[in-house]
Ligand binder design. Structure first.
Ligand SMILES: [Ca+2]
Ligand SMILES: [Ca+2]
Length: 146
């Protein structure tokens, strides 16, 4: 899988790169105990994605978020072979409980045609740990300093 350009912005995947059956997977190590994660990724629908051909974000085999093709604020035929080179990225955010030392992210879609006909591109993945600690535990750990 490679990169593509859409409206002057470089995306991972996208036109001629991420079509039917494409899966992007990466495991991120978390070097500290985490109880809640905030995951975000910027997604761009490209060319002529058909209704219901949604973008899927999973943690291992657990679906975190199904991004509907209709959620994108754009028309069809953006950044395809004969298409308008404009960019309408959408930031997708999901916060969820998480208790493992690493997280395997899978990005795929319900596209059923070649990447030269319909595709999704993505960029700017972030994984932010959120500590779900009771306030009593948090302040209980401090020592008094005069
Ligand atoms: Ca299709
Ligand atoms: Ca097309």
């Amino acid at each position: 899988m490679g990169e593509s350009n859409c409206g002057g912005t470089t995306y991972f995947g996208g036109f001629t790169s991420f079509g039917a059956g494409a899966v992007a997977t990466k495991t991120f190590l978390l070097d500290f105990p985490v109880s809640v994660l905030n995951f975000s990724v910027t997604v761009m629908k490209m060319d002529s994605v058909d209704p219901g051909e949604n973008f899927l974000i999973s943690e291992d085999s657990n679906l975190l978020r199904e991004v509907l093709d209709s959620e994108f604020s754009m028309q069809s035929n953006i950044c395809g072979w004969d298409a308008v080179a404009e960019s309408y990225p959408m930031n997708v955010v999901k916060t969820f409980p998480f208790f493992k030392p690493e997280i395997k992210i899978n990005l795929t879609s319900k596209l059923d045609q070649a990447a030269s006909d319909e595709s999704y591109g993505f960029r700017e993945i972030s994984i932010i740990p959120l500590y779900d600690i009771a306030i009593a535990d948090l302040f209980g750990g401090f020592s008094a300093v005069n």
